[in-house]
Design a protein around this ligand. Sequence first.
Ligand code: MV4
Length: 452
Amino acid sequence: MFRKVLVANRGEIALRVLNACRELGIRTVAVYSEVDRDALHVRFADEAICIGPPRAADSYLNVPAVISAAEIADVDAIHPGYGLLSENANFAEVCRASNIKFIGPPPEVTRLMGEKEKARQAMKKAKVPILPGSEGILTTAEEAEACAKGVGYPVILKAKAGGGGRGMRIVREPGELPNLFHAAFTEAANAFGNGELYMEKFIENPRHIEFQMLADEHGNVVSLFERECSIQRRHQKLLEEAPSLQVTPKLREELGRTLCRCLGEIGYQNAGTVEFLMDANHQLYFIEMNTRIQVEHPVTEAVTGVDLVKAQLRIAAGERLDAILPPKLEMRGHAIECRINAEHPQRFTPSAGKITAFNVPGGNGVRVDTAQYAEGVIPPYYDSLIAKLITHGVDRAEAIAKMERALSQFIVQGVDTSIPLHEEIFRDAGFRAGEFDTGFMERFLAARAEAE
Ligand code: MV4
């Protein structure tokens, strides 16, 4: 096992990784920006090194600064958490060149999955279902028109270098295609430095379902089943749960097996998440793969009992999956996560400031991952997540009841939070019945605005 690991992140995920290291007997090194001096990840690490000014680009995203800290502290490995440098193949290459183990997949695989159209073709080759669409990059609007004619409208143009909803255009009729093609190209070129586009059949209000995977460095791959992530607003997830009510045991088993074979063929290593859209016929289609630990990993931990961050560390240290995992993986009960954001309840703009009071709920089946504390400060420079509240019950009804109880006991004063919004979602009959898709929040907020 590693002797010493640097955690290249902040907030709740930095604490999550530090805790896993501590429990495995690994020494820890935190890095922090000037504004994070009093942050808990700094306090709870064995060592902490300041790597620059508040803006993430000058500190947490500064590759030479992170690598220098790793060399000064003499660590064996770096865990990138999520966001920041976690899916940066160049960073993973610099780690490799510096003889520091990057806790994640090899840079070649990260790069493949970052090129969304290549990822799509790789999945197709491994018989993972993909949506009808282009075979490779569309270089002209004429080529795109020909492709759309074959696929059938509506279609969606996506940036090869995109992901997470940026640089996409929905094309509903042939006449719109030339303009939207050029708009998408320009937007992608400006945002990602690469305007290349591909096309898929557009699915109206799909559900968003993802599979959690683990792969060791000896060619073994397992599926830890799915998470349902359809409750989102502007591509920011608000709530996730496992299992998905829409995934049958047969579909779970078959797709899990296909994904294991696929990730084996690709040479995948460590934790990863394969994202799917589900259409009205309950068919799942691959859209993207995330090559990192995800925010919502605790729902999978709750239902499977597997510590995914410890698994990441042990895989990166060369251990085999059969030594890490129980002999039989299964899901027990139901788990839900609410992402508590510091944000304005109507405008959803980030709410920075000092937390004057903070009470975290607890009790059986309630988990809170946070790096916040009373009298602590939320700086304006980073994302607005202040806590993840996860409940686990014998079934969905119990997970919901625990969540409603826990939300009512979660006190945050000094900044606005999404807690009232979460409480409203749990009162919604459609949500409670499990009847929702990625259009849920938009309809929910429109209905609420209407009622006012
Ligand atoms: C789609 C789609 C419908 N059809 N692709 C948005 C984020 C990016 N990861 C993929 N996204 C979508 N791709 C096809 N062919 C609808 C979305 C989409 C979406 C996907 C997942 C979760 C929330 C979403 C909200 C709006 C649109």
